[in-house]
Design a protein around this ligand. Structure first.
Ligand code: HPA
Ligand code: ZN
Length: 324
């Protein structure tokens, strides 16, 4: 099964670039930029990756991102991720980035996106893969900060395939950003949002009704609301599920307790993704293998995840046909 998963051409729709920062690169960039890390070495960073919930992870994740300062740093981060997943036979990936994590520290928006895009172009040429970039607003920051970020993004509009919403979910419902996402739609962007990772089914409803998302990132909490599950199934909207992340952040105690079988049984449009692979113990192959083993999934089901991802990807019809 591992060989089959490795050889399967895969499409990733839910990965945070800042979450691909491996401890080795974190230390390399810290040294290059003269940033002091609160850990003595790579091993102690890895040992700290035991999380209680989303917030306990985010604290480490935002701290790690402090080593990213120069355009070359964003290039190196992105290029390392793309090289790595190209070797796993990922043929298309849509990556989130969080500009506010960097602009709040004084790193210019253009430095962040400039480095990321240069790496995307180089990796596309090197590996024959395709990539897309999704800008996320941090939902624990203010509406005003999201508006500022949208304004900074406008000159880069043609390089951004969608706009999303991430970070600490509880207490920050989608409706907090209703006005910003009106502007996002007016600007012609496509829209996704994290909803129902830890937050209640109501947040998924808000993402659908108020933000008018085309995909729901995570969405696993939908099973708490059978009517919502029916609605999601009927609409065919894609859920970007991240199995290892859900277990690492204690949404489910173990992989055996994950509700993926229930989601599949309900006829939902499911994809499997890695979220923050450097922090959660694995990239695409590891996530696919984990669910295949836990639930004894057959090859057709795994191929189905990829087919769903191709259909839900923000790509032109020529590329979609080529991927199918
Ligand atoms: N959830 C919400 N926000 C995030 C995550 C996540 O798993 N990773 C990075 N930002
Ligand atoms: Zn995520």
């Amino acid at each position: 099964m591992r060989d089959f998963i490795q050889s399967l051409p895969k499409v990733e729709l839910h990965v945070h670039l800042e979450g691909t920062l491996e401890p080795e690169l974190m230390f390399q960039l810290a040294e290059r930029n003269g940033v002091k890390l609160p850990f003595p070495d790579v091993e102690s960073v890895r040992a700290a990756y035991e999380f209680e919930d989303l917030q306990s992870f985010l604290n480490l994740y935002y701290n790690g991102a402090c080593v990213l300062l120069e355009e070359q740093d964003f290039y190196d981060l992105t290029r390392a991720y793309l090289d790595r997943v190209a070797a796993e036979n990922v043929v298309h990936t849509e990556m989130f980035f969080d500009p506010q994590t960097h602009t709040e520290r004084g790193v210019p928006f253009d430095t962040v996106i400039g480095g990321i895009l240069r790496a995307c172009r180089d990796a596309e040429a090197a590996h024959g893969m395709s990539t897309g970039l999704i800008l996320c607003f941090l939902r624990d920051l203010s509406e005003a900060s999201a508006f500022d970020t949208l304004e900074a993004a406008m000159p880069w509009r043609e390089h951004i395939v969608a706009i999303g919403l991430d970070s600490a979910e509880t207490g920050h419902p989608p409706e907090k950003f209703a006005r910003v996402f009106e502007e996002v739609h007016n600007g012609g962007f496509r829209v996704v949002a994290h909803a129902g990772e830890e937050g209640p089914p109501e947040y998924i409803r808000q993402a659908l009704d108020i933000l008018r998302v085309e995909r729901v990132d995570h969405g696993v909490q939908c099973t708490g609301d059978p009517e919502l599950v029916k609605r999601l199934a009927a609409s065919g909207i894609c859920l970007t599920v991240c199995p290892l992340a859900n277990v690492k952040l204690r949404v489910f105690d173990t992989m055996d307790d994950h509700n993926l079988p229930q989601l599949l049984q309900a006829g939902l449009n499911i994809t499997v993704n890695s979220d923050d692979p450097a922090y959660f113990g694995g990239y695409m192959n590891a996530n696919m293998t984990a669910v295949a083993e836990a639930f004894d999934l057959d090859r057709e089901t795994l191929r189905g995840f990829t087919r769903n991802a191709i259909d839900a990807a923000f790509i032109g019809e020529d590329r979609r046909r080529a991927l199918h």
